[in-house]
Design a protein around this ligand. Structure first.
Ligand SMILES: Nc1nc2c(ncn2[C@@H]2O[C@H](COP(=O)(O)OP(=O)(O)OP(=O)(O)O)[C@@H](O)[C@H]2O)c(=O)[nH]1
Ligand SMILES: [Zn+2]
Length: 353
């Protein structure tokens, strides 16, 4: 063991660098997230080489830019491009007001591993997936350095969950409850498990994988079904006397609360939940579904009766050593604010509602 940061630690640092507006070195490129880039750093980076913009193919498609690199596009920077232009490319908030940002010149040919790693890193930092890329021969001192291939592999790796602390926590739904905290090995968010009663590890346990929804779970938002689902699941486990609810900090289907609010602003312009994610440059679901399986395994569970309407959760658990002996539907009431959202989940995301 040396004191030099390992790959996993360097990726974790790089994620923080992007969040605070620092460029990182990815192979032969400097990469900086547009969302946090300052005008001064933009000017300095432009002096170093031919700057261009890496976007996902979803965002590029919305901007009508040509996509030659599969899942991403590289857009040359026009000579007069300033930070306002870059931000308008990254953030769809003003798309309807200023739809034309072009003509946009997409680059083609060459290796895009650094661009792909830069976008993956921006997403893991819960920033808009739009990155300024500058090819450089020599790099300034003090920046975090990564090779794109290993960085991408690390970002795609399943995180390993370690139990950190647990304590009794009497709940309205069940007095005999315990809250467990799990910390991943890669510097990402902690996740929680609510254990109700003392469920046997030998029999299928009533279980729920719940993705964080600050707006629904805490504020009681009417726009989604998360809050009622959370309380219905805890209530059912309380009634049964046992169960386990894994609370995954994957806010907004993994895009983070800030991006979810950007998506809500687009929904107010008339786009549905899936279209809004795509206009922002995200997949419709960016969650890493392996985390829930990892926590269940770590707690000693191998069979579940899963409370969900999402068949992907069932197949994902099955693919990661957790047998789903039964899917227990979790239907909650509709209201005039969430009915369209629920329809889109059924039509586009395969939910059984
Ligand atoms: N990006 C985005 N995320 C949303 C939106 N509405 C709710 N969410 C998030 O979606 C997640 C909940 O996922 P759902 O698709 O409702 O449910 P599910 O967990 O896949 O499936 P169920 O087990 O049936 O509930 C939470 O992380 C919410 O924060 C939205 O409009 N946009
Ligand atoms: Zn919600």
């Amino acid at each position: 063991m040396s004191l030099i940061p390992t790959l996993i630690e360097t990726v974790s640092r790089a994620r923080t660098d992007l969040r605070i507006g620092l460029p990182v070195v990815l192979g032969g490129y400097l990469a900086a997230a547009i969302e946090t880039l300052s005008p001064d750093r933009l000017a300095l980076m432009r002096q170093l080489g031919a700057a261009h913009l890496a976007l996902t193919s979803w965002r590029a498609g919305t901007l009508k830019a040509r996509v030659y690199d599969g899942d991403l596009a590289r857009i040359a920077l026009p000579p007069d491009a300033d930070l306002a232009w870059l931000r308008s490319m990254a953030d769809p908030a003003g798309d309807l007001m200023t739809p034309m940002k072009g003509p946009l010149n997409s680059l083609r040919g060459g290796d895009v591993a650094a661009h792909r790693a830069a976008i993956a890193l921006a997403k893991s930092a819960e920033l808009l997936p739009a990155v300024l890329m500058v090819p450089v021969d020599s790099v300034p001192e003090g920046l975090t350095r990564l090779e794109p291939g290993p960085a991408l592999e690390q970002l795609a790796r399943e995180s390993i969950m370690a139990p950190v602390a647990a304590a009794r926590l009497p709940l309205l739904a069940a007095e005999n409850s315990k809250l467990h905290i799990f910390r991943p090995d890669d510097g990402e968010a902690e996740h929680y498990a609510v254990e109700i009663g003392a469920p046997s590890r030998d029999k299928p346990v009533l279980a729920r994988l719940h993705s964080a929804c600050f707006t629904g779970d805490v504020l009681g938002s009417l726009k989604c079904d998360c809050g009622p689902q959370l309380h219905a699941a805890l209530g059912a486990m309380g009634q049964a006397g046992e169960g386990v609810l894994i609370y995954l900090n994957q806010e907004g289907r993994g895009i983070g609360l800030a991006n979810k609010m950007r998506a809500y602003a687009l929904q107010a312009q008339g786009f549905d939940t899936v279209e809004a994610n795509h206009r922002l440059g995200f997949e419709d679901d960016e969650r890493d579904f392996r985390i829930g399986a990892g926590i269940l395994r770590r707690m000693g569970f191998s069979k579940v009766r899963l409370m969900t309407n999402n068949p992907r959760k069932v197949s994902m658990l099955e693919g990661h050593c957790i047998a789903v002996t039964e899917r227990v539907p979790l239907i909650t009431p509709r209201n005039r604010h969430n009915t369209g959202y629920l329809d889109v989940k059924a039509e586009k995301s395969g939910h059984l509602l």
